[in-house]
Design a protein around this ligand. Structure first.
Ligand code: ARG
Length: 466
């Protein structure tokens, strides 16, 4: 039986009937639908609609449906309009007409709003767990890198040397922000729509607090109209995922560059690369390219959701059914990518030598050289000009600053002394960036310890909610 056939005289157009159901994709909400239905059943007992025997039969029926759900054949049902209809049909087939009592005082509008909150809550915690593992590997690699140096770029031109660990920590920061955004999103989503009815609130005296507590929500939603039409939590979640995917995409792009022969900073792990069907010598960065490519779908999903919502009058509209697939796709995409990039990061070989070499050429000590003069009282703009001139001489002579003689240097500024050469060494250049957040080795060690703590606190927070 359909959930709404009473007032209809005509049957549905067959094509429309095949086209409008959501069971194909919302079946993945089954466990949440069952949990929410059990909470509602207990509230119905409180409201005197179900007696104890009926409640027990209903809960046992729901439990059996949950247990059978692991078999794909069980979930084949051409007549089920959506997951809500499916559960009602199965319940009735298990416990008879008592099953039809479950829908007393509730609406699918509040059910789907509840199921989706439960889904997003679980997905969000899984993403946070995977993010912690990913950050942890980035950090392990930073720790292994010791004092290895590399060039840092601005405008994609060599700028200043940094520790490889410092550069890895830049990514850790981005992903820690993603984890924090998800934690923040979790706070707002953790309220329970059950008892909101179709739009105006339940028609029975249901204990909303008890239903919320049953499902580990912090409290019931405050307004039934908002509760049944709100998908902010989906948008917030998927927008956070799109930012996370964007970070992954930037990382992938940089790794692709670094793995090219032009940079030669990383050796692609064979386990995550493929060859060319035509060019026998090729090893291609497929994992990285697909990661970059998949970012597009996650961002696309975030935009789809926003456009879907932007013109909706209050409250529930069937358009809201269209918010499910972009949500699922964004979640699946991110959850499939994170473990893979983590594996890649564990497996990749850094070419420390090539990085170090690149960090020591191309005048990346020029700012440090100007700072040498500043410390001797030379106004920075003048020091900048004089080091610029020194660079000019080097360019003509095809050498580096440290190759200039003291006479050559002193012709630019009398303040230059023998100790200048020590300031140009890679270690000194790194060491003078001695501020919190800078690349001086001691600062980076501190930053690694701080990041390790933050990763641990993500894990603890997820664990506390499990
Ligand atoms: N499948 C629907 C959805 O995803 C469930 C809610 C249906 N509500 C309704 N009034 N037809 O939104």
């Amino acid at each position: 039986m359909k959930m709404w056939s009473g007032r209809f005289r005509q049957s549905l157009d067959p094509e429309f009937e095949r086209w409008q159901p959501s069971f194909d994709f919302d079946r993945r909400l089954l466990t949440y639908e069952i949990a929410a239905s059990a909470a509602h059943a207990r509230a119905l007992k409180g409201a005197g609609v179900l007696n104890s025997t009926e409640l027990i039969a209903t809960l046992q029926g729901l439990e059996r449906i949950g247990a059978q759900a692991s078999s794909p054949a069980f979930l084949e049902d051409d007549e089920a309009e959506d997951v809500h209809h499916f559960v009602e049909k199965r319940l009735v087939s298990l416990i008879g007409d008592t099953g039809y009592k479950l829908h007393s005082g509730r609406s699918r509008n509040e059910q789907i709003a509840t199921d989706l909150r439960l889904y997003v809550r679980a997905a969000l915690d899984q993403v946070r767990t995977d993010l912690a593992a990913w950050c942890s590997v980035l950090l392990d690699r930073a720790q292994q890198a010791g004092n290895a140096a590399m060039p840092a770029y601005t405008h994609l031109q060599r700028a200043e040397p940094v520790l490889l660990s410092h550069w890895l920590l830049a990514y850790v920061e981005m992903f820690l922000r993603d984890a924090e955004r998800l934690a923040d999103c979790r706070k707002r989503l953790n309220v329970c729509p059950l008892g909101s009815g179709a739009v105006a609130g339940a028609t029975l005296p249901l204990d909303r607090r008890a239903m919320a507590a049953d499902l580990d929500f912090d409290q019931p939603t405050a307004n039934s109209i908002d509760a049944t039409s709100d998908r902010d939590f989906v948008l917030e979640f998927v927008s956070s995922l799109s930012l996370l995917a964007l970070h992954l995409s930037r990382w992938a792009e940089e790794m692709i560059l670094f793995s090219s022969q032009e940079y030669g900073f990383v050796h692609l792990p064979e386990a995550y690369s493929t060859g060319s069907s035509a060019m026998p010598q090729k090893k291609n960065p497929d994992l990285l390219e697909l990661t970059r490519g998949k970012c597009a779908r996650v961002m696309g999903n975030a935009i789809t959701l926003q456009i879907c919502m932007k013109g909706l009058p209050l409250a529930y509209n069937k358009d809201l059914q269209e918010t499910q697939e972009p949500l699922f796709d964004a979640t699946d995409t991110v959850l499939s990518v994170l473990p893979l990039v983590t594996g890649w990061m564990k497996a990749v070989d850094f070419n420390y030598e090539a990085m170090q070499k690149a960090a020591q050429s191309g005048f990346m000590n020029a700012w440090a050289a100007a700072t040498y003069l500043v410390r001797r009282g030379v106004p920075f703009r003048l020091a900048h000009e004089q080091i610029g001139k020194a660079v000019q001489i080097c360019l003509e002579k095809h050498c580096e600053l440290q190759d200039l003689s003291l006479e050559e240097l002193q012709s630019l500024n009398a303040e230059f002394n023998q100790d200048f050469y020590a300031c140009l060494k890679l270690e000194s250049v790194l060491a003078i960036h001695d501020v919190p957040g800078g690349t001086a080795p001691a600062r980076v060690r501190q930053a690694m310890a701080d990041a390790r703590k933050k990763i641990e606190s993500i894990r603890e927070d997820v664990h506390a909610h499990a």
